[in-house]
Design a protein around this ligand. Structure first.
Ligand SMILES: [Zn+2]
Length: 145
């Protein structure tokens, strides 16, 4: 698992790469974009791209997390559903948030996204460089924090 620049929002996305099958999954926990390249028949690959419309991140009081990548636009019905969940007794509102994105403009509807949420991929990379030192591997594989 490593960090890559999200093709949709330019922030930090996560890439899973399976070196034995060459399958790739990319998902962005900022804008909700996701991409997969999976093996279908024999050596044929199937690609699937889903545009992101935001993210709903929910932490409950027991510390369990739930992440929903929004692959459709946030409408009032959906917003109401998430609002109910967000204000549920079991939810840790301090750490949960709902952010939608439209035309690369991020709007926070519920809670507060952490500071690192707004970092671009390059800013994240710089932070990792500061944290781990100026190591060559950071240019190839950028760790997620
Ligand atoms: Zn993104």
């Amino acid at each position: 698992m490593s960090a890559v620049e999200c093709p949709q929002c330019g922030r930090v996305a996560i890439e899973d790469y399976y070196c034995n099958t060459f399958e790739i999954y990319i998902y962005c926990l900022r804008c909700g974009y996701n991409y997969s390249r999976t093996m279908s028949v024999g050596t044929e690959y199937e690609e699937e791209v889903r545009r992101g419309h935001g993210i709903f991140y929910l932490v409950n009081k027991g510390g369990q997390r739930k992440t929903v990548l929004l692959n459709c636009e946030l409408d009032t019905k959906l917003l109401e559903e998430y609002r109910m969940e967000f204000f549920g007794q079991d939810t840790n509102q301090e750490e949960s948030y709902l952010v939608s994105v439209k035309d690369n403009v991020f709007i926070t509807h519920l809670g507060n996204a952490p500071e690192k949420f707004n970092l671009s991929f390059n800013e994240h990379k710089e932070q990792m460089r500061t944290k781990y030192g100026d190591d060559e591997f950071i240019d190839v594989i950028v760790p997620i924090d």
